[in-house]
Write a protein that binds this ligand. Structure first.
Ligand code: DLL
Length: 442
């Protein structure tokens, strides 16, 4: 059976299909350089000194484990530019991470960093079907967020035509999709849901569009959500992963076979550790991803604790790339809800909702603590065509959802079926959890 539903293409075969032993050699050489270069940053200079680390003392890739971790707090402690390793004159761009509260975390790029970034984005875009004859619409925000500009230059690097639609104004986005005969859509999966609503409101069907592919990233989504979006748009959707502190989008992405996201290992080393002990997890087990950027000039970063939970996958991919793959991100350690002592991820609730079906894929989770006991509510939207159905059927649907969620999470959620279009729509990254318990979070 052909494992590819689209043509299997590789942007940079020399890098992506490199002999693994040769790649490990390259990583070791680059790791030494990264340690040397990171020494320009006082934080690392101090840490390396304390641990007796010099570039020459890095003799094998196992020595990576001797290097210090870097956390978001470390970056915050050196706000604004304490993690920049080059003189101001070498910087050509500054972005910032999407901090939920407080100050942003700035990240800088040299000219070489920008060149690398567009190549890394081109790799996963080509893997997921982008060709020079296509039109691609970028519906990520253009601004401090790395999604818009990162993907924009990746598309140009491939040679396709980019429509820099940016985020928001969904009616206009739909007009562009239709009239500019867009083939490839690029945004967060939750924004794709928003677009689907507007398309359907306008009576547009997949056949009315030239859309065939989508590249989604920037937030967690489930396999069931992929199926729902693919069906609604008549497309093939690919997952890509990255974070501003490392480079932005381009750390990893799916190929035509969609058996996990290929990590761009010539530029990044990804470890998977137990978030409590910080020891490596067993092969194939879930843990927190820790990423070292091997070649970044402006902001080299060593063993960055991403807080993203995922698995590193074993085995070869039929596409011919030799790079290690990672699973979908299940959630962030800081998105994990602890409800009555049980760890629950929004992705598990999403899985239950989409498995039962019969509702729209729009939901929000609210947590309360009325009598010192946690209560979890999931509000999920009805589809317009089903909203006026009989009460009895609605009750049955609610019970089915509730049972499915309990089956997956072990926790009882009160299910509220709410009116179509009553929940807030996302234009970028969706907020799935509203915690009203007044707990202290870090
Ligand atoms: O979201 C970079 C990006 C933009 C990646 C566009 C892909 C596409 P930040 O704003 O710094 O950067 O947020 C990074 O988003 O640590 C993950 O928690 C989450 N994330 C990014 N991609 C995925 C994905 C960008 N494919 C944070 N699946 C990361 C799940 C993702 N989570």
């Amino acid at each position: 059976m052909n494992p590819f539903l689209i043509e299997n293409r590789i942007f940079d075969p020399a890098a992506e299909c490199m002999d693994p032993a040769e790649r490990r050699g390259l990583q070791l050489e680059r790791l030494r350089n990264a340690v040397r270069h990171a020494g320009n940053i006082p934080f690392y200079r101090q840490k390396f000194k304390e641990a007796g680390i010099t570039p020459e003392s890095i003799r094998s890739l196992d020595d990576l484990r001797r290097l210090p971790f870097t956390t978001k707090q470390d970056l915050r402690d050196h706000y604004p530019f304490g993690f920049f390793a080059v003189p101001r004159s070498e910087l050509v761009r500054i972005h910032a991470s999407s901090g939920t509260t407080g100050k942003p975390t700035f990240v800088g790029y040299t000219r070489n960093d920008l060149k690398l970034w567009s190549e890394l984005c081109a790799r996963f875009l080509v893997g997921g079907g982008l060709t020079p004859d296509q039109v691609a619409q970028v519906s990520f925000g253009y601004g401090l967020f790395t999604g818009g500009f990162g993907l924009h230059y990746g598309i140009e690097r491939v040679g396709a035509a980019v429509i820099p639609a940016s985020s928001g104004n969904t009616q206009r986005q739909v007009l562009l999709l239709k009239d500019a005969k867009v083939n490839t859509l690029i945004c967060t999966p939750s924004y794709a849901l928003n677009l689907i609503d507007v398309l359907q409101d306008q009576g547009l069907k997949p056949g009315d569009l030239a859309l065939r592919y989508a590249h989604f990233g920037g937030e967690q989504w489930t396999e069931d959500m992929r199926k729902a979006i693919e069906e609604a748009l008549g497309i093939r959707a690919f997952n890509n992963y990255g974070l501003s502190e490392i480079i932005g989008p381009g750390v990893s992405g799916e190929c035509a076979a969609r058996t996990g996201m290929h990590i761009q290992e010539d530029h990044f080393i990804v470890e998977c550790v137990n978030p409590q002990t910080l020891e490596p997890v067993a092969p194939g087990e879930e843990g927190e991803l820790v990423i070292t950027a091997l070649t970044k000039e402006a902001c080299p970063i060593i063993r960055y604790r991403t807080r993203d939970l995922a698995r590193l996958l074993e085995g070869d991919c039929p596409c011919g790339r030799t790079t290690r793959r990672m699973s979908r991100v299940k959630g962030r350690t800081d998105d994990m809800m602890i409800i009555r002592g049980v760890n629950v991820f929004p992705s598990q609730v999403e899985e239950a909702l989409l498995r039962v079906g019969g509702t729209a894929p729009h939901y929000v989770i609210e947590l309360y603590r009325p009598h010192n006991l946690d209560e979890a509510v999931v509000k999920v939207e009805m589809r317009p065509q089903e909203f006026s159905d009989k009460m009895e059927e609605l009750h049955r649907l609610r019970d089915r959802i509730s049972r499915e969620i309990t089956g997956i999470t072990g926790i009882h959620f009160q299910v509220e079926l709410v009116e179509p279009n009553s929940l807030e729509r996302s234009t970028g990254k969706v907020k799935r959890v509203i915690d009203k318990r007044g707990l202290k979070i870090d």
